[in-house]
Design a protein around this ligand. Structure first.
Ligand SMILES: [Zn+2]
Length: 182
């Protein structure tokens, strides 16, 4: 588990800043983006390398997957530990109009699906309500995970004092970054 799905949703969509093409402090190993502290993403879509139409401000959070073992002591214990040990980094990514639209549609779908399942549960008879209730719970969990992934666009693989390592950027975008070994 590399995501921290429990971080407070902090997001902002801003018009792409013209001329913000300085991508200093950004590197790639061919698969990941390494963003050092203060890194500035170029004004290009991280998913297709087209000119960015908007800048997405996201706070990425990550903790070592080993901390997930604390879930054995209870979900609440894990949630508290995850909140305490997580490392966070605020980054601004570029997105083209098409990928920004797709992101909004997926996030909307992730809200609608569980709500529809809960609605079906409320309207159904007692005998099938349990089935719809279980479906709603599964959908809500899946929607949380998928929604978080699409909302962030990139997925943090590691965040430490040096910066963040993220996956999910397109090969075309990665090809424009300076290469650095992992
Ligand atoms: Zn794009």
């Amino acid at each position: 588990m590399t995501d921290n799905p429990y971080s407070a949703p902090r997001s902002a969509e801003l018009p792409a800043a013209a001329g913000s093409a300085d991508s200093s402090n950004l590197f790639t190993d061919g698969v990941h983006v390494f963003a050092e502290l203060g890194a500035c993403f170029p004004s290009r879509c991280v998913l297709c390398n087209a000119p960015a139409e908007l800048t997405l401000r996201r706070r990425f959070s990550w903790h070592s997957p080993w901390w997930a073992l604390t879930i054995l002591a209870g979900v609440l214990t894990y949630l508290i530990v995850a909140l305490v040990v997580r490392k966070s980094m605020l980054l601004e990514l570029g997105l083209c109009a098409a990928h920004a639209r797709r992101r909004r549609r997926v996030i909307l779908g992730c809200w609608i699906l569980p709500v529809a399942a809960v609605g079906a549960c409320a309207l159904s008879s007692e005998s099938v309500a349990f089935a719809f209730g279980s479906l709603a719970a599964v959908l809500a969990l899946a929607a949380l995970m998928i929604g978080q992934r699409f909302a962030n666009v990139l997925t943090p693989v590691r965040i430490d004092a040096a910066g963040a390592r993220l996956r999910g950027a397109s090969p075309a975008f990665l090809a424009t970054l300076p290469h650095r070994s992992a």
